[in-house]
Design a protein around this ligand. Structure first.
Ligand SMILES: *[C@@H]1O[C@H](CO)[C@@H](O)[C@H](O)[C@H]1NC(C)=O
Ligand SMILES: *[C@@H]1O[C@H](CO)[C@@H](O)[C@H](O)[C@H]1NC(C)=O
Ligand SMILES: *[C@@H]1O[C@H](CO)[C@@H](O)[C@H](O)[C@H]1NC(C)=O
Length: 580
């Protein structure tokens, strides 16, 4: 028997040897033989398509998976190509089970490795597993209750498959779970009421499943939640007020369900909220005042619901809101001037306002200098265009309204940012507004289907240096085309049915060297067609039909891109070429 002193000496020596060995072998211990065998069995479960090419039986497995110092497999990452890896028919009934033998496995990532079968029950033995990430795995069947035995699990991420049945209560045994994301499967039934036991759960995403019934109010007791995504399910009834208790919740996505009832005012208590998405539900009522208390709320999206009444004035009290989506609702009344109080976004520097397809009416306030994108088509707005929209505006769609005043509303900023402007299908009268010719940032302008009836088409507008598309069809301009020469960057010009009169000036076509699409049909253009139309070598669509053009059709042989040419309904001398 050795003395205590001797035993200590031995222990020290052994520790030193172990440390030496450790540092020598930390570089590369040979793969543990049992682990190597488990990997080969896993490989044999699938039809090789190149993904396992490196997994040679003789090779050290630590060269293709991650091992620890002892040569035990700790992490596997397989990312198959788009076609995926399919089970070997000989492995039916046990696909993937062999991985359950990898006792040291901490992280398993399989993308595009298709099982076409259940999650192997044998994986319950993976007691060190902290991340299980399977995407496009096409697991089928129910999630086995054995999942609850993966005591080290931090992240359970199962995307895109055919998993069905309810989320088993066994997940509540996963005390370390931080991310539970089972998306794009066929989960149904009720969520287990024990979820509040998961005191570390930060992300719960069950998007794209078939969960139905009402959203359980117990979710309001999962106090650690930062992200809750139940979008694209079949949830009905109202949003539980208990969600307001989630003080750490930053993102709430309940869009694409069948939720009804009001937005619970209690949501205004979930003070960390940054994003709320309730799109595509059947929510009624209005936006509660309490939501303006959410100091960090940057995005509030309630498109495609049944919100009604006016947009409340308190909308301007939001402190960080840079995206407001209220499209496709039943909102009425006017757009409150307070909307101009919305703060600008740190990233885009502007507010995005989506209020199209409602019944909003009255004149637009001239307080929109923070708005970058305004989507306001299909309402009943009247009055004129607020020039404050040229300050930060980038994309403004006010088509299909009742705008009926050409009078200037406000003043045009010295340098405008407006690039895309759609004012089509309104009742705008008189001359095409002169301020438009000063918005040098414009790339797309549509003023079709209005009541413009004077002043012609200003050459200065056609010559805007960034303008690519100009549509002014279906007006009553009763005007001649500009006669001078100018330099236009327009590629798409639609002037059909605007009552153009007189001849096509000789300098007209050469002013559009980039023109690709030209429609001047259904007008009163007279005289011959200038032969220099043949200079528009990029032209692919030319419609000059239904005018009073006469004479010979000029040589068009340089127009090699032309795929549509319509000269019918004129008084040209035969023969008239026609494409198609
Ligand atoms: C997933 O598996 C099911 C049932 O085996 C099959 O019908 C479906 O086509 C598979 N989907 C994919 C994307 O492989
Ligand atoms: C407007 O002009 C100022 C000063 O020249 C410039 O700093 C600013 O970026 C311009 N804004 C836009 C939208 O072009
Ligand atoms: C050419 O224009 C006429 C009159 O605008 C129209 O009726 C006809 O359908 C057009 N032809 C083709 C091939 O588009």
């Amino acid at each position: 028997m050795r003395s205590g002193r001797e035993a200590w000496a031995w222990a020290w020596t052994l520790t030193a040897v172990a440390m030496l060995l450790g540092s020598a072998t930390a570089q590369q211990a040979a793969c543990n033989a049992a682990d190597a065998a488990a990997l080969q069995d896993f490989k044999a479960d699938f039809l090789e398509n190149g993904v396992f090419a490196a997994w040679q039986a003789g090779a050290d497995c630590c060269s293709f998976v991650t091992c620890n110092a002892a040569g035990r497999v700790t992490a596997i990452v397989i990312v198959a190509d788009r076609i995926g890896v399919f089970p070997n028919p000989n492995s039916a009934g046990r696909v993937g089970a062999s991985l359950g033998r990898l006792e040291a496995l901490q992280s398993l990532t399989l993308i595009g490795v298709r099982f076409f079968g259940p999650i192997p029950r044998a994986w319950k033995a993976l007691s060190s597993l902290s991340t299980l990430y399977v995407s496009l795995g096409n697991f089928t069947g129910a999630i086995p209750a054995e999942i609850g035995q993966l005591k080290s699990l931090n992240e359970l991420l199962l995307y895109v498959g055919q998993l069905e049945g309810p989320l088993p209560a066994a997940v509540c045994q996963l005390a370390l779970l931080q991310r539970l994301e089972i998306e794009s499967q066929q989960l149904s039934g009720e969520l287990p009421s024990c979820l509040p036991k998961l005191t570390r759960l930060r992300t719960l995403s069950l998007a794209n499943n078939r969960l139905a019934g009402s959203i359980p109010s117990a979710l309001g007791s999962v106090g650690s939640l930062e992200y809750l995504g139940l979008n694209n399910n079949l949830y009905s009834q109202s949003i539980p007020a208990t969600l307001g208790r989630l003080s750490k919740l930053q993102t709430l996505r309940l869009n694409d369900n069948r939720l009804s009832g009001f937005i619970p005012p209690a949501l205004g208590d979930a003070a960390s909220l940054m994003e709320i998405n309730l799109d595509d539900n059947q929510i009624t009522g209005s936006i509660p005042y309490s939501l303006t208390m959410l100091r960090n709320l940057a995005s509030l999206s309630c498109n495609h619901n049944r919100l009604s009444g006016p947009i409340p004035r308190h909308i301007g009290d939001f402190q960080s809101l840079t995206f407001l989506g209220l499209s496709y609702n039943r909102l009425s009344g006017s757009l409150p001037a307070e909307i101009g109080d919305l703060q600008v976004s740190a990233t885009t520097g502007t507010v995005g306002l989506y209020i199209d397809h409602n019944s909003l009416s009255g004149p637009l306030p001239n307080t929109l200098s923070n708005v970058g994108t305004l989507s306001a088509s299909y309402n009943r707005f009247t009055g004129g265009f607020p020039l404050s929209l040229c300050v930060s505006g980038y994309n403004v769609d006010l088509s299909h309204n009742l705008l009926d005043s050409g009078a200037q509303v406000g003043t045009l900023p010295r340098n405008s940012s407006l690039q895309i402007l759609d004012l089509s299908f309104n009742l705008l009268p008189g001359a095409i507004p002169s301020w438009l010719s000063s918005v040098t940032s414009l790339t797309y302008l549509d003023i079709s289907n209005n009541r413009f009836n004077a002043g012609g088409i200003p050459a200065q507008l056609l010559a805007l240096k960034n303008l690519d598309t100009f549509k002014a069809a279906d007006n009553r301009l009763r005007a001649r085309l500009p006669t001078g020469s100018f330099q236009s960057s327009i590629t798409f010009l639609d002037l059909h049915n605007v009552q153009l009169v007189g001849s096509v000036p000789a300098k007209f076509f050469p002013s559009f060297p980039n023109l690709m699409y030209l429609d001047m049909s259904r007008n009163g253009l007279e005289g011959p067609l200038p032969s220099n139309i043949n200079q528009l070598i990029r032209l692919f669509h030319a419609d000059l039909s239904s005018n009073k053009l006469v004479g010979k059709v000029p040589d068009l042989s340089a127009l090699t891109q032309l795929t549509y040419l319509n000269l019918s309904g004129n008084a040209f001398q035969a023969p008239v070429p026609s494409i198609p």
